[in-house]
Design a protein. Structure first.
Length: 62
């Protein structure tokens, strides 16, 4: 076991998956933005809104 404080910056050596989904439905509880790191490499990066998703709505295609 590793304490929570000592876990920062570590990565797992193997894949870890849960036996149950929680919550048991698709859920996005927070507002926010999704961006690709490759699109934000410089301070001059300009990002465009390419899709939106309303609460309870379908996710736009990737």
């Amino acid at each position: 076991m590793v304490s929570l404080g000592d876990a920062a910056g570590r990565v797992l050596a193997e894949t870890l998956t849960s036996k149950v989904d929680d919550p048991r439905f698709d859920n996005s509880a927070m507002d926010g933005w999704a961006v690709r790191a490759a699109d934000c490499l410089t301070q001059e990066s300009i990002l465009s809104v390419t899709g939106t998703s309303r609460a309870g709505g379908e996710m736009p295609p990737a």
